[in-house]
Design a protein around this ligand. Sequence first.
Ligand code: PRX
Length: 632
Amino acid sequence: MSFQIKSFQEYKDNYKKSIENPESFWEEIANNFVWKKKWNNVLSWDFSKPEIKWFEGATLNITENCLDRHLETRGDKTAILWEPNDPKEGVIKLTYKELHSKVCAFANVLKNNGVKKGDRVCIYLPMIPELAIATLACARIGAIHSIVFAGFSATALASRINDAQCNVVITSDGSYRGNKTIDLKGIVDDALESTPSIQTSIVYKRTGAAIEMKANRDVWWHEELEKVNDQCEAEEMNAEDMLFILYTSGSTGKPKGMVHTCGGYMVYTAYSFKNVFQYEENDVYWCTADIGWITGHSYILYGPLANGATTIMFEGVPTYPDGGRFWEVVEKHKVNQFYTAPTAIRALEKQPIELVNKYNLSSLKVLGSVGEPINAEAWHWYDDNIGKNNAPIADTWWQTETGGIMISSLAGVTPQKPTFATLPLPGIQPVLMDAEGKEIETTEAEGRLAIKFPWPSIARSVYGDHQRYKDTYFSAYENKYFTGDGALRNKEGQYRITGRVDDVIIVSGHNLGTAPIEDVINEHDKVVESAIVGFPHDIKGNALYAYVILHDGVEGNDTLRLEINSQIADSIGPIAKLDKIQFVSGLPKTRSGKIMRRILRKVAAGEHKSLGDISTLLNPEVVDEIINGVLV
Ligand code: PRX
């Protein structure tokens, strides 16, 4: 692909062009891909509706770009390098030819099981090659994949299946995570009790656990494969046809299915992958995310594969068999680009340094960070100990909704600055908004981060609820996409993301909406009301602190805390568990009845001396009680 930016000057030139003439800029980039038919129009957009269309009239299949086009020149190159949970189990290397053949064969399995273009398929699998194969097989036949992270509970899985009305679910008998084996099929069975749209579940045998296969619903992956060949024509998709739905947290309990489409998503993920990570033909690239999150969709699968890269999929966890696992894998596979999350860096920083130093990390050329702001200490630890001050760090800011990396240095090409995501990628036009909702014109500023022009991989809608898409992202500021983040900009125009300004809290790099968790707590029959805030945590970045009001006469104790947390784990997943639960008699409220979360946040963070003016509260007396009972 001929769109690699190799110098800061080239970046500046490209950025300028992308702003002055976005259509011709993106058209030139799009010309690097295989289209069945080219577009009539590069871009049409109207943020007030909102309606955004890229490469209208064009047709393509993203798997032809990720697989078929490489067969001639890279057929025997490793596409996916799979590293198992247990290092004693062998690695799997799938070449582009092998991956192509497996994707086509499984696409035929889907067809045999009645899946058609436009159908929604839920994928609930661990990080095994079959997750990649199933995903690409959906794309091959034009089915819309909805991958649900396999750490979500049965209730969360069911609500996502129901929201998208999936007719097929793909799962495995179980999964391995560190020294644990998880009964994935059992979770799916529970979920399927309340998902009438599901006709079939396809089950891959991973652990060999004794599971129940339900007649007329459950089929084995390996048995279905015996019935098909590996020839499967790629479905012709319109550029604006849906490629996938991916759920993200929001301000209500209902999951928000972000819709991504085929053409623009492909162009932008491939372009950003190449430029941010400066991937070269024989490099081995490793992103440690799970494919159940957007990072895995865009930067384990689609972006790297569209570039013909070798991409690692890791089934395990950073601390198994010990805290040196990441570095062992880097040495073993001579990883060149390594992309992980600040929460993982902070956790590994706490391990004995010998677990880093015993491995040869000299293959590393580029380091990446994603998911939350990276604090200065973690940034320097990463730079000193992993990159040996010799591998540029790309701190990549983006979101499920943006589809691809928006603000980041291009590793080694544009300047880096600790704790700053730095500059926008070409085509991205960030703005900072002030408290009055006006765009801040000065370069050096702090405000709320919005984007004023569309880019190819912006989500097009919330599945089944376009109004919610409009309300969430396009109502805060006229004609702008609102990110939900705060940011500051220095005089060089570099951005530092300061964190969420809405009711989403980022815990260990995962987005958690406060409302859905509060809903679950409030369902407990001993609870009247609750409020959740984030508080700073050494490893997780933020952890959850809950203030809970109980019914009269009910005693708040540790048993109740365990019950509340297990209810959360069952309804959402263990990632949403609370670190601290304080029982209180009331919550500080404004005269209009709104909970003053600012106060709760300060108290939880141990900053009760700087609460500011609380005289406008309806019930200022509860503040003292809350301060006195704070859990440290
Ligand atoms: O608050 C920002 C934070 O993560 C949010 C998006 O979360 P999600 O949709 O789950 O996607 C995560 C992976 C792209 C953002 O609104 N965030 C993500 N990356 C960064 C970040 N905050 C600061 N710096 C980052 N590099």
